[in-house]
Write a protein that binds this ligand. Structure first.
Ligand SMILES: Cc1ncc(COP(=O)(O)O)c(C=O)c1O
Length: 357
């Protein structure tokens, strides 16, 4: 049976990429070695590493005055690394739009005068706050660009206006829609949703913001350490970076982020239009703030939600259970989810509705 994996992360990878990795797994391009067993100082790996950096720069149109860092520890490690590296005046404001934004804000408080400028907790994070006013003399404002659990995202309308750098957690939307990198001071993202298997975190940081880390900042968490060493200060997650490189090549071949955005908008519209046309399923997110990547929805009762998840799995629609903070279902439809996956889900939803109304 064909399986469509709606997991929020780690999540689907493009079929073509998995097949290529499989072909080269035992003997990478005649080297006689697998990428999993190569020295990270070998010429073979060096090529993979540098090409992946270059391809990501191309895909996101990252200006020369930004470093791209490949680090570890997940996006969660960046909740601490960002304040340790960027707090110079010692103040930052956070917009809390969900669970991960809240974690980032809570972590930052340990390192300086970090405050919550706005939150959408009052409505269970179903919207993105608009026209947020920030304090003065800030080192940065932090946002979570796509909220994986609650299914909201920033758009032009809600993008914060601040006279300091914007730091964005793009974990669940990186490479899914075009972003103007020059509008950010720093972007970070765990790779395990739109890019690669788990183990890699991407940091894109404006060069002038690097080099001011706190004296107590661990060497490994200093952006300067990683920037000076092209992210080869210690052993990087070589195989994950190799997989990321394959995904970058695949996306370039598909026409880049612009094309992915068109497909993602199409997929999300199919699903939201269906949910909105049904009196059985409901998505509670403010329409303008709906995520293109994570679509939470509920059936009329908890019993029906549980039944839906169970039957969906039997039909090859796996990992569609909603996060425990929200309940119901969540369809994560990242770049690698084909249109057919969303169409198959909608067909199943129609059938389930007819049988359980
Ligand atoms: C928006 C967002 N930020 C941060 C995280 C935490 O990422 P990690 O597991 O890489 O630490 C997640 C994980 O799902 C996420 O969705």
């Amino acid at each position: 049976m064909k399986v469509y994996n709606f997991s929020a992360g780690p999540s689907m990878l493009p079929e073509e990429v998995k097949l290529e990795a499989q072909k080269d797994f035992v003997d990478y391009k005649g080297s006689g070695m697998s990428v999993t067993e190569m020295s990270h100082r070998s010429k073979w790996y060096d090529e993979i590493h540098m090409q992946a950096l270059a391809d990501l720069r191309k895909l996101m149109n990252i200006p020369d005055d930004y470093y791209i860092l490949f680090v570890q520890g997940g996006a969660s490690q960046q909740f601490a690394a960002v304040p340790m590296n960027l707090l110079v005046k010692g103040r930052a404001d956070y917009i809390v739009t969900g669970n991960f934004a809240n974690k980032a804000a809570k972590e930052a408080v340990k390192y300086g005068d970090c405050a919550v400028a706005a939150s959408s907790k009052d409505a269970t994070y179903t919207y993105i706050p608009e026209n947020v006013k920030f304090r003065s003399d800030l080192d940065y404002v932090h946002i979570t660009q796509n909220n994986t659990i609650f299914g909201t995202r920033y758009t032009g309308r809600t993008y914060p206006v601040a006279d300091c750098p914007i730091v964005s957690d793009m974990s669940s939307m990186i490479l899914s829609e075009e972003v103007d990198v020059s509008k950010y001071g720093l972007i970070y993202a765990g790779a395990q949703k739109n890019i690669a298997p788990a183990g890699l975190t991407i940091v894109i940081v404006r060069k002038d913001l690097v080099g001011n880390e706190k004296p107590y900042c661990p060497t490994m968490l200093s952006y300067k350490t990683q920037a000076d060493a092209d992210s080869l200060y210690n052993t990087p997650p070589c195989f994950t970076i190799y997989m990321a490189g394959l995904v970058f090549k695949h996306l370039l071949k598909m026409g880049g982020v612009k094309e992915m955005q068109k497909i993602n908008e199409y997929k999300a519209k199919l699903l939201y239009d269906f949910i909105d046309s049904s009196s059985f399923y409901k998505n509670s997110v403010k329409v303008e703030d709906r995520s293109l990547m994570n679509v939470p929805f509920v059936a009329p009762t908890d019993e029906l939600n549980a039944k839906f998840v169970k039957e969906a799995e039997k039909n090859g629609l796996v990992s569609i259970k909603g996060h425990k903070l929200v309940g119901g279902m969540r369809a994560s439809i990242y770049n690698a989810m084909p249109v057919e996956g969303v169409e198959t889900l909608i067909e199943f939803m129609k059938k389930f509705e007819t049988e359980n109304k």
